[in-house]
Design a protein around this ligand. Structure first.
Ligand code: IDP
Ligand code: MG
Length: 138
């Protein structure tokens, strides 16, 4: 069953820094996503820690949060049929080295930490992450 979903996408600091914002947005549009909302912001490390709380026990947690808060990012709400999975597929594997040909991380990712984009991993987390950036704070 396919259904219209929304998912949260982030263009991470490494990609914003390389001026890839418009190119990446174009890829989403070409792949049938509508960009319903977007904002370019820089977040505090404490906010990144909240966003990535699910990873708090991982050895890379502190570096990850420092990185996400190191420069401007673009947070977007993307919509299309089965948007969560479609965006995960379009992004490619977490490590750009393993990412599929044609995926955003394969094309633009520098390393496992500087992998250019974030995408929600479930419909439930998409709701939480969309609220995080577009509800009351930030
Ligand atoms: P995802 O972004 O593909 O969903 P997650 O496992 O949720 O991957 O990890 C969140 C982010 O943490 C990744 O996008 C990546 O930037 C970073 N990360 C994941 N695993 C590692 C690692 O082993 N070393 C360093 N950074 C990592
Ligand atoms: Mg994840």
């Amino acid at each position: 069953m396919s259904k219209i979903e929304q998912t949260l996408s982030i263009i991470k600091p490494d990609a914003v820094e390389r001026n890839l914002e418009n190119e990446i947005k174009e890829i989403f549009k070409q792949n049938g996503f509508s960009i319903l909302k977007e904002k370019k912001i820089q977040i505090e490390k404490s906010e990144a820690e909240k966003f990535y709380k699910v990873h708090e026990t991982k050895p890379f947690y502190s570096d990850l949060c420092a990185y996400l808060s190191s420069g401007p990012i673009v947070a977007m709400v993307l919509e299309k049929e089965n948007a969560v999975l479609a965006n995960r597929n379009l992004m490619g594997s977490t490590n750009p080295k393993d990412a599929e040909d044609g995926s955003i991380r394969k094309k633009y990712g520098i390393s496992i930490d500087k992998n250019s984009v974030h995408g929600s991993d479930s419909v439930e987390n998409a709701k939480i992450e969309i609220d995080f950036f577009f509800k009351d704070h930030l």
